[in-house]
Write a protein that binds this ligand. Structure first.
Ligand code: SF4
Length: 192
């Protein structure tokens, strides 16, 4: 069980952060959403416009896609995982976060993970995979593979915004591949 008090204190500190220049253009700091007592943590790249406006992670179109993909294998993103991002403030025009912004922000994510203590971490997209694990392989090569580190199982998957741009459900296409990855994740989660 997460220490609720420590988690709330961390959220309070994070939402008052001005460590990098993204603080000057954001509307809200997006700390995360979901269940901090879950065994699974999902990491995305950064907040988009909807997330910035609402102050919640993955609530725009990509978030809805993530919800749908998870629910297709019987997982509820508000119950079965906690979701956050590599950077907590929206990069202008949804550009990729700069390395300096990632370096400034990632300690917040590390603190969240320390408190949530997940057994599984799902990395949504190449920015999350590269920034968090230092793995530079293309996401199309590395997705669907378990990577074990410090007693945590990591699984890179396609970012849901990539699935929005590739809507085909045909066998072998990104959506179908993600479905296979999520089935593996669900199986692993059920065995914990
Ligand atoms: S992106 Fe992260 S480091 Fe930068 S201001 Fe927001 S919370 Fe702070």
């Amino acid at each position: 069980m997460v220490n609720q008090t420590k988690f709330k204190v961390l959220e309070k500190k994070c939402t008052a952060c001005f460590k990098c220049s993204l603080s000057s253009t954001r509307k809200n700091v997006v700390f995360g959403r979901g269940n901090p007592n879950a065994e699974m943590f999902v990491i995305g790249e950064g907040p988009g416009q909807q997330e910035d406006e609402q102050g919640l992670a993955f609530v725009g179109r990509a978030g809805k896609m993530l919800d749908t993909a998870f629910s297709a294998v019987g997982l509820d993103t508000n119950k079965d995982c906690y979701i956050s991002n590599i950077v907590k403030c929206r990069p202008p025009n949804n550009r990729k976060p700069l390395q300096s912004e990632v370096s400034e922000c990632i300690p917040w994510l590390n603190e969240q993970i320390k408190l949530v203590k997940p057994k599984i971490i799902v990395l949504a997209g190449s920015t999350a995979t590269e920034s968090f694990l230092g793995v530079k392989e293309p996401i199309s090569k590395i997705r669907g593979r378990w990577i074990e580190k410090d007693n945590i199982k990591y699984m890179p998957i396609f970012h849901p915004s990539y699935l929005l741009r590739n809507p085909s459900k045909e066998k072998g296409k990104p959506k179908w591949l993600t479905w296979q990855d999520l089935k593996k994740i669900k199986k692993e989660l059920s065995s914990i």
